[in-house]
Design a protein around this ligand. Structure first.
Ligand SMILES: *[C@@H]1O[C@H](CO)[C@@H](O)[C@H](O)[C@H]1NC(C)=O
Ligand SMILES: *[C@@H]1O[C@H](CO)[C@@H](O)[C@H](O)[C@H]1NC(C)=O
Ligand SMILES: *[C@@H]1O[C@H](CO)[C@@H](O)[C@H](O)[C@H]1NC(C)=O
Ligand SMILES: *[C@@H]1O[C@H](CO)[C@@H](O)[C@H](O)[C@H]1NC(C)=O
Ligand SMILES: *[C@@H]1O[C@H](CO)[C@@H](O)[C@H](O)[C@H]1NC(C)=O
Ligand SMILES: *[C@@H]1O[C@H](CO)[C@@H](O)[C@H](O)[C@H]1NC(C)=O
Ligand SMILES: *[C@@H]1O[C@H](CO)[C@@H](O)[C@H](O)[C@H]1NC(C)=O
Ligand SMILES: *[C@@H]1O[C@H](CO)[C@@H](O)[C@H](O)[C@H]1NC(C)=O
Ligand SMILES: *[C@@H]1O[C@H](CO)[C@@H](O)[C@H](O)[C@H]1NC(C)=O
Length: 345
């Protein structure tokens, strides 16, 4: 009798121990999964400084208010990102401003949406965003680093020996943080010198909105503050800006954003041969872009920046899920690019 009870008790406690170990194991497995995913996401941010692409074009929303004659199709761009584009892209000649177009908009200021807009309207390979496939090495190369190397050698910004950077027509988000910071405004002198007839496009966002969005985006602001940078970029920080990134407050950053924007505007308007186009980022941006650029506004992001902020908070949002899926599935990769100005003419 007593022996049986002891056995039962022993069995009972063995079961408990096994259960406990099992639960503990599950806990650690799920924790390490989460950690790995988090590390992957951080790496993705750090290495590529790429805004996530997918949620701007949630396919489920795309058919709701289309013009009948505008058909969007899913595609993969030459850097491996899922995108949408016109089924029949428009010829370059419909663009109402001179090319090349240099988009000086800061990361988190709307630069991805602008890139998507041109890529959607003119076809994949028309717009270079952050990196481009460098055919000679089959790898992605950073647009800003190529430009910086060219500046060092006093060559036109877009020169690449027998490669494709100069075949692009639109350039956006080419700040490079590798080594010292190469900011897009560090290219402005050379733009006006080597591409005097080009366009500078600046989509200008509300500074506080930009700050909120940028401060939620990985280490972007920290890198802006702590990187070694040109005297020009340093001068955009107000004199009372702390050198320690963590000590920077909203006012310091909105001042930086405003100084940056004013500088771009100043260069744009000081050089009469350049076309300077400044568009505020708001609910009307798509219409203004259609009027001033000429590409249909159906190509402008479905989710504008303010609705995106809301989406971010809702963890159930399908767009966010898609975005996580797409970063899990495929990091940026170099794919062949064969777009030229004549491809869709
Ligand atoms: C580029 O192409 C030209 C002729 O097409 C060739 O002479 C030259 O060696 C090439 N340069 C490089 C760096 O491949
Ligand atoms: C290109 O930019 C660099 C750095 O701003 C400057 O030193 C150089 O003079 C510029 N080159 C030309 C031709 O304007
Ligand atoms: C810029 O445009 C002017 C006037 O149309 C022209 O004379 C000049 O050659 C152009 N410059 C370049 C570099 O294309
Ligand atoms: C940036 O803004 C601050 C504060 O308004 C000002 O002190 C500073 O001179 C500005 N710098 C530039 C380059 O405009
Ligand atoms: C940020 O710090 C500066 C002093 O460096 C101060 O004048 C300003 O009011 C602060 N702004 C905020 C929003 O705290
Ligand atoms: C963009 O956001 C504004 C609110 O800031 C909203 O009124 C508008 O409907 C939004 N537009 C689209 C296309 O989502
Ligand atoms: C966020 O969404 C709520 C409703 O879901 C809406 O009332 C609010 O205006 C939105 N905020 C922004 C900034 O779009
Ligand atoms: C998420 O979706 C589930 C199931 O559809 C629902 O029960 C839950 O309330 C949703 N949560 C939020 C925050 O929307
Ligand atoms: C680019 O080339 C690939 C094969 O080389 C071809 O499948 C694809 O259709 C081409 N894309 C365009 C836009 O011409």
């Amino acid at each position: 009798m007593e022996a049986t009870t002891t056995t039962t008790r022993q069995q009972f406690s063995t079961t408990r121990i096994v259960k406990f170990i099992f639960v503990l194991a599950c806990f650690f497995i799920s924790l390490s999964g989460r950690l790995l995913f988090r590390i992957e996401t951080l790496k993705f941010d750090e290495h590529y400084n790429m805004p996530s692409y997918r949620w701007w074009y949630d396919a489920s929303k795309s058919n709701s208010n289309n013009d009948n004659n505008v058909v969007l199709v899913d595609d993969i761009d030459e850097t491996g990102h899922d995108v949408q584009r016109l089924e029949r892209p428009m010829p370059l000649s419909i663009v109402k401003v001179p090319t090349p177009i240099f988009v000086l908009t800061l990361p988190k200021g709307g630069s991805t949406t602008i890139h998507q807009y041109f890529q959607c309207g003119l076809g994949i390979g028309a717009s270079a965003h952050n990196r481009y496939p460098y055919a000679q090495s089959n790898k992605l190369k950073h647009v800003g680093i190529t430009m910086r190397d060219n500046i060092k050698q006093n060559k036109p910004l877009l020169t690449v020996d027998n490669d494709s950077l100069d075949k692009y027509q639109i350039f956006s988000d080419y700040d490079s943080f590798k080594g010292s910071l190469f900011s897009m405004i560090d290219s402005l002198d050379n733009i006006s010198k080597f591409y005097p007839n080009s366009t500078i496009l600046y989509v200008r966002r509300d500074p506080s909105d930009w700050f909120r969005s940028a401060s939620n985006f990985g280490s972007l602001l920290r890198r802006f503050r702590s990187s070694e940078k040109s005297p020009l970029v340093e001068s955009l920080f107000s004199p009372d800006s702390p050198t320690r990134p963590a000590a920077m407050n909203e006012t310091h950053w909105t001042t930086f954003y405003e100084n940056y924007s004013d500088y771009v505007r100043k260069i744009g308007s000081e050089h009469p041969s350049l076309t300077y186009l400044e568009v505020p980022l708001d609910s009307n941006t798509d219409t203004v872009m259609q009027e001033r650029i000429g590409i249909t506004k159906q190509c402008w992001g479905r989710a504008n920046v303010s609705s995106k902020k809301n989406e971010t908070k809702n963890s159930n949002d399908t767009a966010i899920k898609n975005e996580i899926d797409s970063t899990k599935r495929r990091g940026p990769i170099a794919l062949p690019r064969n777009w030229t100005a004549d491809t869709f003419s």
